[in-house]
Design a protein around this ligand. Structure first.
Ligand code: ADE
Length: 258
């Protein structure tokens, strides 16, 4: 009997497939791959480059520094992958793409087949973007040596939203960015560590108080660290009420500090 189709089917088109070796084996993603929930195939455009030297890059037309990936081997790799396993939603990783965020992670998690096309060197011939990319995506306003690390970031962010990848299905509901807010801080045992005590409300067993406290901490943290998120997602009525409720207890001092 054939095994069921994976819930997330990933194609990586990269000149450095080995960069993903330990990443794809580790932790929950590794387990999801072992369990058949996620499948990842890697294809190297170099295997599609002509000639004895299998050269994949060339100097830019118009001059300038560095080397540009030639379109032929990348196009041939994409076409070979899709001829064998079917059309995928194709994402080209580039610092000049749309900024990746949790909303896009959610959108991508709803698709069954994703292809990540990783550029290298100074860039990729623009015709690959024009002919093949469904979206061009950047992970931030900085330049990496290639798209591989960016692809890994996207894979991890998307895979953890796929049912069966995280151990606990509710883990993604409460977290940072799900409502334009950073996540509230968390603690575990011991109750006091190096002079810092866990806030008392969290030890109280009063779920309503805990929820209120977390909402306020989440808001305070967002205001302090990411005011841009507050601008884009103004305070809700509930948050306004929380803030007007006055300062709640923050951190309990340890006995040695009292
Ligand atoms: N390739 C190089 N830099 C990148 C970035 N910031 N995001 C996505 N792909 C990239």
């Amino acid at each position: 009997m054939s095994s069921p189709a994976p819930l997330l089917d990933v194609e990586l088109v990269t000149l450095f497939p080995e960069m993903f070796d330990s990443f794809l084996r580790a932790s929950l993603l590794g387990k999801a791959i072992d369990g058949g929930v996620v499948r990842v195939n890697r294809t190297n455009p170099r295997d599609f480059a002509p000639g004895r030297h299998r050269q994949v890059d060339d100097s830019p037309y118009g001059g300038g520094p560095g080397m540009i990936l030639r379109p032929g081997p990348v196009a041939a790799a994409i076409e070979a992958v899709e001829a064998e396993r079917g059309r995928a939603h194709r994402l080209l990783l580039s610092p000049s793409g749309r900024l990746f965020d949790q909303a896009l992670a959610g959108e991508l998690a709803g698709r069954c087949r994703l292809m990540f096309i990783c550029g290298r060197y100074e860039g990729l011939d623009e015709r690959i973007a024009e002919l093949f990319a469904d979206e061009v995506v950047s992970i931030g306003d900085y330049v990496l040596a290639g798209g591989e690390m960016a692809a890994a970031v996207l894979i991890e962010a998307v895979a953890r939203l796929v049912p069966g990848v995280l151990g606990c299905e509710t883990s993604t509901v409460d977290e940072s960015f799900s409502a334009g807010r950073l996540e509230y801080p968390q603690w575990t045992r011991p109750p006091t560590f190096r002079g810092l005590a866990v806030p008392e409300v969290l030890l109280s067993g009063n779920h309503a108080q805990v929820a209120k406290w977390r909402g306020l901490e989440s808001l305070r943290r967002t205001q302090a660290r990411r005011p841009d998120l507050i601008e884009r997602h103004p305070l809700t009525e509930h948050e306004t009420m929380l803030v007007q409720g006055g300062p709640t207890q923050r951190r309990r001092r340890s006995p040695s500090e009292r």
